[in-house]
Design a protein around this ligand. Structure first.
Ligand code: FAD
Length: 394
């Protein structure tokens, strides 16, 4: 019997979990962030207003925060986890603090991730634990280690690097003991070698019989496909199971700007088509013949998601195979997540949470991503409009 094919045009299933009032709120928000100047100037205006202690937090909370975040703390996310599970969708709780600066801040971020693991220990709706290295380590340290390599970390940095390794190991050990899977996010290319080193070290240690630790590979990088192949080869040679969260990549503008400023070739594919081709080729490698690799397709792209569904069919993976997860961000692409779940695939939402001030960089990225391109409405807006029309019988 063949695997079901999800219908991503089915907005009834996609938005079943939203009341009419929620859908109108989302519609107003996506209309607003479709306006480019609004989004371009937004970050500076919001940051300035917060510095001047103007009362903008309430506005942020009832708009972008409500759309894209699970809550300000773990407790307020529990409802979100329950709510998503009603549609068969799992949650990946993501303590959304980025760019911490102090050792105390890094320890506090680790403690929060551990608190998430402990709180969700017996909650099957939240099977993953996820973190960003920049929440646990100084950016400049990650950059220095990425440049020098881990075997030649400068003497003055050895102790600091040791503390980072210990934080990552502690999170992985605790999460895996609690029965959770671990995902380590990818960030800027010039700190990524240090992140990859830590992620692969953890995967080598924990992915013995099945996959527990997922590394992330960004396919907008010219070297993305090479890195996928290298990881699969390394795991095969060393006898462990590779697990990859495959994404296109979220830092394109910063990457290109830095490459321009510092006069080196951009590490990012020259155009979207090249990124799309690389992403889909990587899917074929990961799910293809002879592969034992585990995948989490972290994408809002319908074609790539359908390709993964086709590959599962071709290589005889059942929809609920633990080798294949799909994940989208909370508040985006419900047409993929809920229709995949409805068809029996393992589908999850990244659910970022944290104090409003701390998750602002994340919220700005989401707003930018949903701005109109070449005068067209964003993907989200069109879907919501279609569902509103369907509900009103038009
Ligand atoms: C569950 C999940 C986890 C994620 N984790 C991470 C992470 O750890 N690290 C990270 O960096 N990102 C992460 N992302 C974000 C992701 O990298 C993308 O930014 C986002 O999902 C948009 O890409 P897409 O595959 O959904 O689809 P699409 O909307 O089809 O593609 C948009 C993406 O294509 C690429 N692109 C766009 N224009 C061009 C161009 N002109 N040239 C080259 N490439 C172009 C960019 O990467 C852009 O984000 C995650 C996303 C999800 C859903």
């Amino acid at each position: 019997m063949s695997n079901p094919v999800p219908d991503f045009q089915n907005t009834e299933i996609a938005f079943k979990h939203l009341k009419d009032s929620d859908l109108y709120r989302a519609w107003s928000l996506f209309r607003a962030i479709n306006i480019k100047p609004f989004v371009t100037m937004g970050p500076a205006l919001v940051t300035g207003a917060l510095k001047l202690r103007l009362p903008v937090k309430g506005l942020i909370k009832s708009t972008v925060f409500r759309q894209f975040c699970g809550g300000e703390d773990l407790e307020s996310c529990e409802d979100t986890v329950r709510h998503l599970m009603l549609g068969g969708v799992y949650s990946i709780l993501d303590y959304g603090v980025e760019g911490e600066k102090s050792e105390a801040g890094f320890d506090a971020a680790m403690a929060e991730v551990l608190r998430t693991v402990s709180a969700m220990k017996s909650n099957s709706g939240a099977p993953f634990c996820v973190f960003k290295l920049t929440a646990l380590a100084r950016f400049e340290l990650l950059e220095a280690v990425s440049t020098s390599g881990t075997s030649t970390v400068h003497a003055t940095l050895t102790a600091e690097w040791g503390r980072v390794v210990a934080r990552v190991a502690k999170i992985c050990d605790t999460a895996i003991t609690a029965g959770k899977l671990v995902m380590i996010d990818a960030e800027e290319t010039w700190i990524q070698p240090a992140i990859d080193h830590l992620a692969i070290t953890m995967a080598r240690e924990h992915n013995k019989k099945t996959a527990k630790v997922y590394t992330t590979i960004q396919m907008y990088r010219v070297n993305g496909l090479r890195d996928v192949n290298a990881l699969l080869d390394q795991a095969r040679t060393e006898g462990w199971i590779p697990a990859i969260k495959l994404v296109r990549g979220a830092y394109m503008e910063i990457e290109r700007e830095r490459a321009r400023e510092m006069s080196y070739p951009s590490p990012i594919h020259p155009d979207k088509t090249a990124t799309d081709i690389a992403y889909n080729e990587a899917l074929k490698k990961i799910l293809g013949p002879g592969s034992t690799a585990f995948l989490c397709a972290g994408t809002h792209n319908a074609d790539s998601s359908l390709l993964a569904v086709d590959l599962a069919e071709a290589y005889e993976l059942p929809p609920a195979s633990p080798r294949m997860w799909f994940a989208q961000l909370l508040g985006m692409s419900d047409n993929l997540t809920f229709n995949l779940a409805h068809s029996g695939y393992l589908a999850a939402k990244y659910v970022p949470y944290g104090p409003i001030g701390a998750v602002l960089p994340y919220l700005f990225r989401r707003a930018r991503e949903n701005t109109s391109i070449a005068g067209q409405s964003s993907r989200e807006l069109l879907l919501i409009e279609r569902e509103l029309r369907r509900r009103s019988g038009r």
